[in-house]
Design a protein around this ligand. Structure first.
Ligand code: VG1
Ligand code: CO
Length: 571
């Protein structure tokens, strides 16, 4: 039997959620009452009827300190009055699977869910932890709600928690008896399998028999890298157990609290083993490489797709999936595609496909939460971000494994009844570019600027807006602002866009997920028409003709301001 205790606390000033949840160093989370304050602030931002007696879902990517945070969240949730806890087995569940789990609760019975993850950020005692809160629609709470939580966190004076040292089991169901106003309330903790529901959902959304025909081919070789994150169990359950991919083709599929010291970020810098196996940097042309390589990030909402010796840029991936949507059951199960959306820095490749197909294409600020309203309102079916995120209306988060299944479906469809040479990812992309032209794309990140340097860069970028317009005929420039067509909320200052007449763009934004210092992201997007060179090297293209990286340095003066000679990371 537990009692509820009220604990006095002092507010922290830095509990503002960024692009996706609250991300801080573990050391920050280990401060007195830090986690307690934040969890209570979320409850304080809702009316009691929104959570009292309702179900609270809890999951996470298994990173260091999640166990502590989960135990606290159960105690605070129950003390605040939630009626039931649905806890992922051992606290392990991918972000997309948590979204699905929340959406699977009976209507009106679920409050929402906490997801303990810092996603692609590294983990361990000296690295990052994160907390996300998703509402009853399975989506990360919108901007307005984020601000309410932040305001609550700055005013907090006390939190409620169960007065017990008991550790609740994470691998078997249990019950908590709470003594309250002389009566006893029983709160069940249900345990939800990490993978079962998600795998069953994917079986409904995709034609697994069709995909199996692809895996039966002798000339189709598939590899996957879980980067020691939470995608591993799903990869084993689907790729190995259902499609029969040999174990040795699935690398780093056991979730580790510190991701084995890796940065669980699927891109050309951090997915090194996969880069090498796919020979993306063309180091050994005599080597036979796999036909399909894929990876997900720490919480399995991102995906990277490689063909032999090539990366499918996420912007191109979104465009190609849109172009082939008719072949994918998951996208057409409720009729034809409704519309599509991309984040602002994502290239215009999908816009061209949408235009040809007569689909509405929305441009939203960076962060999956901005797609939520468009999905809920039935305006879009499919959406994506340049940062290796792709997803659809099946849930309210981006979904790494789902995106890989989309690509496997496209390949299986293209090779249906094809007994000749495999029609692979390169052939599909080349056909795409011949039709729409190609948007060469890459991103430079300058990490760890101090506040003063960041302010100076912002000032320079504002000044350069006018200069840019005079530099070439047809040039445009603006600070991106989003008016949500559904709830009419306005999000200002979402990045600087410098645009050419043909759609090519240089974009600047400040990251909202870094746990320390300011990170400037610079996005380069160069459009080449179908009759241009479609098979050039991305790095060469952005520098040839108008040298985009050089222009970006001029527009921001970042090298002088921050004492740099180049970016920290190029992806
Ligand atoms: C980054 C990406 C953004 C993504 C966000 C969360 O944000 O750019 O597109 O939605 O991470 O992804 P920022 O503000 O650092 O640029 V995840 O997979 O890390 O939750
Ligand atoms: Co993620």
């Amino acid at each position: 039997m537990s009692k509820i205790k009220e604990v006095q606390t002092k507010p922290y000033t830095d509990q503002k959620m960024g692009t996706s949840g609250l991300r801080k160093k573990v050391k920050v989370y280990q401060q007195e009452n830090y986690i307690e304050n934040f969890i209570q602030s979320v409850f304080d931002s809702y009316k009691p009827e929104d959570y009292k007696g309702k179900t609270l879902v809890i999951g996470g990517d298994g990173r260091f300190y999640n166990d502590v945070a989960i135990q606290l969240t159960i105690k605070i949730g129950v003390a605040n009055g939630v009626g039931k806890i649905v806890l992922a087995e051992n606290g392990l569940m991918s972000t997309p699977a948590v979204s699905l789990l929340i959406r699977s609760q009976p209507k009106g019975e679920c409050y929402g869910g906490f997801i303990f993850t810092a996603s692609h950020n590294p983990g361990g005692p000296n690295e990052d932890m994160g907390i996300k809160f998703n509402g009853d629609n399975g989506a990360a709470i919108p901007e307005g709600k984020n601000n309410e939580v932040f305001e609550a966190s700055k005013k907090i004076t006390k939190y409620l928690i169960l007065d017990t040292n008991e550790k609740f089991p994470m691998d078997k169901p249990s019950e908590i008896k709470v003594e309250e106003n002389g009566t006893v309330r029983t709160v069940k903790i249900e345990i939800e399998s990490t993978t079962k529901r998600y795998v069953e959902e994917m079986q409904k959304l995709f034609d697994f028999d069709l995909i199996k025909t692809l895996f039966k081919r002798d000339d189709f070789h598939f590899i996957f890298d879980g980067l020691n994150g939470i995608s591993g169990p799903y990869a084993i359950a689907i790729f190995q157990d259902i499609f029969g991919v040999p174990k040795e083709n699935l690398d780093k599929c056991k979730p580790l609290p510190d991701f084995g010291g890796l940065h669980p970020d699927p891109n050309l810098v951090h997915a090194k083993d996969l880069d090498a196996k796919m020979d993306v940097f063309k180091k050994d042309l005599s080597k036979k490489v796999p036909d399909f390589g894929a990876a997900c990030d720490g919480d399995a909402d991102r995906n990277i797709i490689f063909g032999p010796r090539m990366l499918v840029s996420p912007s191109d991936s979104l465009a190609a999936i849109t172009n082939n949507a008719d072949l994918i059951k998951s996208l057409t199960r409720n009729g034809p595609l409704k519309g599509v959306a991309r984040s602002m820095p994502t290239s215009g490749a999908v816009d061209r496909v949408a235009k040809k197909k007569g689909l509405q294409c929305y441009e939203v600020p960076t962060g999956w939460k901005f797609f939520g309203n468009l999905l809920d309102d039935g305006r879009i079916t499919l959406c994506g971000e340049e940062s290796f995120g792709t997803g659809s209306d099946h849930i309210r988060e981006k979904d790494g494994v789902w995106a890989i299944l989309c690509w496997l479906t496209i390949l299986a469809q293209k090779n249906k009844d094809n007994k000749g040479k495999l029609i692979g990812i390169p052939e599909i992309m080349q056909e795409h570019w011949k039709c729409y032209g190609r948007d060469y794309y890459c991103r430079y990140d300058y990490e760890d600027l101090n506040n003063e340097q960041a302010a100076k860069v912002k000032e320079n970028l504002n000044k350069s807006l006018e200069t840019w317009k005079t530099m070439k005929e047809g040039n445009e420039a603006c600070v991106f602002e989003y008016n949500d067509p559904v709830d009419h909320s306005v999000s200002k200052n979402q990045g600087w866009i410098y645009k050419y007449k043909n759609g090519s763009r240089i974009i600047f934004r400040f990251s909202g997920t870094s746990s320390a210092g300011a990170t400037v992201r610079i996005y380069f997007e160069k459009h080449v028409d179908p009759d241009g060179n479609l098979l050039a090297d991305v790095a060469d293209v952005v520098k040839s003709g108008d040298n985009f990286p050089e222009l970006a340095v001029k527009l921001s003066d970042i090298h002088n301001v921050a004492g740099r000679t180049g970016p920290t990371v190029i992806t």
